[in-house]
Structure formats: structure tokens, C-alpha cells
Design a protein around this ligand. Structure first.
Ligand SMILES: Nc1ncnc2c1ncn2[C@@H]1O[C@H](COP(=O)(O)OP(=O)(O)O)[C@@H](O)[C@H]1O
Ligand SMILES: CC(C)(COP(=O)(O)O)[C@@H](O)C(=O)NCCC(=O)O
Ligand SMILES: [K+]
Length: 242
């Protein structure tokens, strides 16, 4: 049994696998990190803990402390030049966020053709994975919530608004939400143009902010919940087979 951990800048997602089966899955706020110890303790067959962390050393230390009681140290996966059939073409492969890298490994296992791997979390990342397995590059933009926060924090008249998405907004709250969501969807659709002509090209959409993007996307896509955890499962099973 393996505990998988995806520590992002907003939340810590976790999953437990036994062989091919998913035993449990959930998400915690950073302040709830201690609950990881209870989750681990509730799975007595646990042998390994494998994760990604892009939330900084303090979060890594808090996760390790939460898991000290079960006596298993988390193994952190980092981006590398090549793994599980994916080649990392970043100028400096180690600079790529571990969550982006592992999501690409998960995407490769799910879809053999050209693919746009989108993770809509605190930041939104939109990454191009070729049919050859080459990660050709990708973009980072603030996620929708972060965009809304930036407007609220840097203008006199704009609140952190709970508006609705509409085509032609006629109030401030709807204008903000619709603007930020169009920026997300527009970035994804523009990146998709680079692979749209390729056979079987598809967008895989993951992350906590994925649901609100679905209705906007005018491209072939599949929602894949917790793609980073799915990629971690691929990595952990490959390690186990080695
Ligand atoms: N319960 C929740 N708590 C926090 N954010 C949530 C929640 N449900 C959905 N979200 C959305 O998910 C985003 C965070 O997604 P997530 O994939 O967990 O990000 P990260 O990997 O950066 O931690 C938030 O910006 C928000 O839009
Ligand atoms: C882009 C990210 C901030 C996304 O983090 P998240 O929104 O998942 O919390 C993270 O993958 C990161 O810190 N990347 C390092 C820089 C890079 O990928 O180029
Ligand atoms: K993200």
C-alpha cells in the first residue's frame, strides 16, 4: 500500500493505492496537514509514501513531521530529464515544477497521442506533450482566484467578487469573474492551437479550478481528477516493478 501526496500552493491532495486499486483520496488545507498522520495510521498496510511538493520547504517539513508517527519518510519526486516514456525539454529540466512533471507522466499513461496537460490550481499550467513523449514546453499563469485577488488588492474600486460567468457582463462582480475565466480558457484554447492539427490531439484538464472551466472550452478535452496523484501512482508502480 502506498500513500501519494500532491502538495500544492493551496491544498495538499492525497491518495492511497494498493496495486491497481485506489483505497482512498482527499484534499487538506495546509493548516490541516497533521491529518496526514491520521490518514497514514488508518492504513496499517502502508509501506511507502511518494509525493510532489511545490509549496516550499516549510510545507515539506510539516508533512514529514505529520508522518513521523508511522515511521515512513516521504520520498519526494523531482523533475528529471526523462522518466516513464516522457522526455523533459525544459532548458533546465530540474526547474520544472514537480507537479507539472508528474502530471505529464500521468497524462502519458492515459493518452498516447498529442496532449495539452492543464492543471488549474493556484496557478494554471498548460503544457504540451507530443505523441513522441516529448514535453515540448508550457505556460504558467495565475489561476482564476489569484487573478481575482490581484484585482481586489491593487485597485481602489474592485472587490474580491463572487460574480457569475456571462458573455457580456453588466455589473462589476460578473465582469471580474468573466474576465478572469475568459483569460484561463483563452490561454488554454490558444495553446491547443499548437497541437490541434495532430491526430488524436486532446486536452486533459485537472486541478481544483477545473470544474468552472469545463463549460467554456471549445476544444476536445477530458476531465481527469487529481492527475498529479495519478502520475505519482505511475511513478510508484514503476519503482515497485524495478
Ligand atoms: N475546498 C476548496 N478549497 C480551496 N480551493 C478550492 C476548493 N475547492 C475548489 N477549489 C479551487 O481549487 C483551486 C486550488 O486547486 P488545487 O488543484 O488544489 O491547487 P494547488 O495544487 O495549487 O494547491 C482554488 O484556487 C479554487 O479555485
Ligand atoms: C507553476 C507552479 C507554481 C504550480 O503550482 P500549483 O498551482 O500547483 O500550486 C509550480 O509547478 C512551480 O512552482 N513550478 C516551478 C517553476 C516551473 O514549473 O517552471
Ligand atoms: K497548478
Amino acid at each position: 500500500m502506498i500513500l501519494l501526496i500532491d502538495a500544492g500552493n493551496t491544498r495538499i491532495k492525497w491518495g492511497v493505492i494498493r496495486g491497481e486499486a485506489w483505497i482512498g483520496e482527499g484534499a487538506l488545507a495546509h493548516a490541516e496537514v497533521a491529518a496526514l498522520g491520521d490518514i497514514a495510521a488508518a492504513h496499517p498496510g502502508l509501506r511507502r509514501i511518494v509525493g510532489t511538493n511545490v509549496a516550499g520547504p516549510a510545507v515539506a517539513a510539516a508533512i514529514a513531521a505529520a508522518l513521523r508517527g508511522v515511521g515512513i519518510a516521504p520520498q519526494w519526486v523531482h523533475a528529471s530529464a526523462e522518466r516513464c516514456g516522457v522526455r523533459n525539454r525544459y532548458d533546465n529540466p530540474a526547474q520544472l515544477g514537480a507537479d507539472r512533471w508528474v502530471a505529464l507522466l500521468g497524462a502519458r499513461a492515459l493518452h498516447g497521442a498529442a496532449c495539452l496537460v492543464v492543471n488549474a490550481g493556484t496557478a494554471t499550467t498548460v503544457d504540451i506533450l507530443a505523441a513522441s513523449g516529448d514535453f515540448d514546453g508550457g505556460i504558467i499563469l495565475p489561476g482564476e482566484d489569484l487573478m481575482r485577488r490581484a484585482l481586489a488588492g491593487n485597485t481602489a474600486q474592485l472587490p474580491f467578487a463572487e460574480g457569475c460567468y456571462v458573455g457580456a457582463p453588466r455589473n462589476t462582480a460578473d465582469a471580474i469573474v468573466s474576465g478572469c475565466r475568459n483569460a484561463q480558457a483563452g490561454a488554454i484554447e490558444r495553446m491547443f492551437r499548437q497541437i490541434a492539427h495532430l491526430p488524436g490531439a486532446r486536452c486533459l484538464l485537472s486541478g481544483g479550478a477545473a470544474p468552472q472551466l469545463e463549460e467554456l472550452l471549445g476544444i476536445p478535452f477530458s476531465r481527469v481528477d487529481n492527475l498529479v496523484l495519478k502520475g505519482l501512482a505511475v511513478v510508484a508502480r514503476e519503482d515497485a516493478a524495478a
